[in-house]
Design a protein around this ligand. Structure first.
Ligand code: TYD
Length: 136
């Protein structure tokens, strides 16, 4: 999938059409980092945006395996958005990218593959601090 956007980077996901649809992804063919952690979000409030942070080191791939979200990415200079509404549309989010997830459709399942184990110190949750961090 091509885009002329700078921050929205698609990751291809494998798909087998059998008596079901089977999607797969592995490092390095699909996921550009060894996966150290996965997490998934379900039962999100449809009116409650999530994210609003950047990571210092963690890289992530977001896949909406059910439902849809609107994803905003921001590198301190430009801000771009896309809608994730299919397991085929996985997005790579590098380190030092501010991200926000909006408009969770009911019953959405957002799967995230991450390059690092969970570490609270890896989070920047204040936008001004994020911009300062980028300039350091
Ligand atoms: P957070 O990353 O802020 O969620 P979102 O990006 O969806 O807004 O995490 C929410 C809470 O869950 C926070 O208290 C940290 C905790 N958490 C873990 O314990 N382990 C994890 O791997 C993740 C992603 C979050």
């Amino acid at each position: 999938m091509k885009t002329n956007k700078k921050l929205i980077k698609f990751v291809s996901i494998g798909k087998v059409v059998d008596d079901c649809l089977l999607y797969f992804a592995q490092n390095p063919q699909h996921i550009p980092f060894p996966i150290k952690r996965i997490y998934f979000i379900t039962n999100a409030h449809t009116k409650l945006p999530r994210g609003y942070h950047a990571h210092k080191k963690t890289k992530q791939v977001f896949v909406c395996i059910q439902g849809s979200i609107r994803l905003i990415l921001d590198n301190g200079k430009i801000r771009e958005e896309t809608v994730l509404a299919s397991p085929k549309k996985a997005i790579f989010i590098g380190a030092k990218i501010w991200h926000e997830m909006h408009d969770f459709k009911k019953d959405t399942i957002l799967l995230v593959l991450a390059s690092e184990k969970f570490n609270l110190k890896d989070y920047i949750r204040d936008y001004r601090e994020f911009v300062k961090y980028l300039k350091r």
